[in-house]
Design a protein around this ligand. Structure first.
Ligand code: ASP
Ligand code: MG
Length: 412
């Protein structure tokens, strides 16, 4: 008998009918003999509605009170789902985060789970109940309600699966899994049957938003098999797990892209020890996260330094850089927020040279200029002018044959 944790996102519990469907699906799993714990999000749009109310009342509401408010969204869903199960003759019980001791730190609005006491859930499972737990919320050491950041229900589900040593954590959402790239950009994008944690982390952090990144980190740390499936279509979804020898290794698993970055450059910086720190120090002090960093080989004792930040931090980063330019006696500081980053991701890349050169040749054939390049063991990223993003992703998708389905991996 397996223990399965299922998580249903906001769109899967958007109405009473949706919740009834979740209940019916759970009953089938339970009748097949598996123990089942269901984690739910707030009904679609509810968290936004509550945020709107808070802002209307207070502009910048207190973080603690915001958590008290936001946690109500999930509390509504657990009660309704437990009622739906009971109404269909299935014994069920709902729990808030605090009731099952999802202990977090005290960082309101973005708390981290530090401990879960799964005993209460285990006891209910032994009694044959379907256990329904509120996602996204926990409680700190002083008993304050906390929330885990947007999309945090994914992390609740994975953490519970780890604590219960569940056989699988299934994330039901409105897409039927992970694709080679965004199907809105490349209609031929192929559904992936499997992907490794490592690849999923690269895909997610690069903008392929299917899961909260922290849930994947958590799953990887505790080796929880994680499956993303559609709650609207039948199908096996995408299994995210450890790399296994028998896993057929494509060179490239997918292409991620991100339009939300901006590029900043300081030109003609004196080539001396400490310069990189003096440029990026003030940026970090302002709480701005830096992604790619490129420094040129020095020429005439001067060098150029380029980095990227989130687009929302662009104006502030440029302001800081203009000041740094004066302090360092650099020639020029400038920026560009019309950029896009594209990354090829794949564990198969580790053992194959030539991926980067194929990528660069493909972009050259389309006359697309590469502004920055960075690589890791399982990733090659480039920055280009954002207006060529779609063209570049399509050309790369076809150059690497990603649309060609391997036997048995087509569809959801
Ligand atoms: N309801 C929360 C949100 O909208 C948490 C979640 O859905 O995972 O972000
Ligand atoms: Mg979500």
């Amino acid at each position: 008998m397996a223990v399965v944790v299922q998580k249903f996102g906001g769109t899967s519990v958007a109405s009473a009918e949706h919740i009834a469907r979740v209940a019916e699906r759970a009953i089938k799993v339970r009748q097949a003999g598996d123990d089942i714990v269901i984690v739910v999000s707030a009904m679609a749009g509810e968290t936004e509605r509550l945020l709107g109310l808070a802002q209307a009342i207070a502009g910048r509401p207190a973080a603690r009170e915001l958590d008290v408010l936001l946690a109500t969204g999930e509390q509504v869903t657990i009660a309704l789902l437990a009622m739906a199960l009971e109404a269909r003759g299935m014994s069920a019980i709902s729990y808030t985060g605090a009731q099952v001791h999802i202990r977090t730190d005290s960082m309101h609005n973005k708390a981290r789970i530090v401990d879960i006491d799964a005993d209460r859930i285990r006891r209910a499972l032994v009694q044959g109940k379907v256990v329904v737990v509120a996602g996204f919320q926990g409680v700190d050491e002083q008993g304050n309600i906390t929330t885990l950041g947007r999309g945090g229900s994914d992390t609740t589900a994975v953490a519970l699966a780890a604590a219960l040593e569940a056989d699988e954590c299934q994330i039901y959402t409105d897409v039927c899994g992970v694709f080679t790239t965004d199907p809105r950009v490349v209609p031929e994008a192929r559904h992936l049957a499997r992907i490794t944690y490592e690849e999923m982390l690269e895909m997610a952090s690069l903008g392929a938003r299917v899961l909260q990144i922290r849930s994947v980190e958590f799953a990887s740390k505790y080796s929880v098999p994680l499956r993303v499936l559609s709650s609207f279509e039948e199908g096996p979804g995408t299994l995210i797990s450890n790399e296994e020898c028998e896993m057929e290794q494509a060179l490239i698993s997918g292409i991620a892209f991100n339009r939300d970055e901006a590029k900043l450059t300081v030109l003609g910086v004196p080539d001396q020890p400490g310069v990189a720190g003096r440029i990026l120090g003030p940026v970090a002090d302002a709480g701005i996260e830096v992604d790619m960093i490129v420094q040129n080989i020095a020429d005439d004792d001067c060098t150029d330094f380029t980095f990227t930040v989130q687009r929302s931090d662009y104006d502030r980063a440029l302001e800081i850089l203009l000041q740094v330019r004066d302090e360092l006696g650099a020639r020029e500081a400038k920026g560009d927020d019309n950029i896009a980053k594209i990354s090829l991701v794949g564990v198969g890349m580790r053992s194959h040279a030539g991926i980067a050169s194929t990528m660069f040749r493909t972009l050259a054939n389309e006359n697309i200029n590469i502004q920055m390049i960075s690589t890791s063991e399982i990733k090659v990223s480039v920055v280009i002018d954002s207006k060529y993003l779609e063209l570049a992703v399509r050309a790369l998708h076809s150059a690497f044959g990603l649309e060609k389905a391997a036997a048995g991996s087509e569809g959801c």
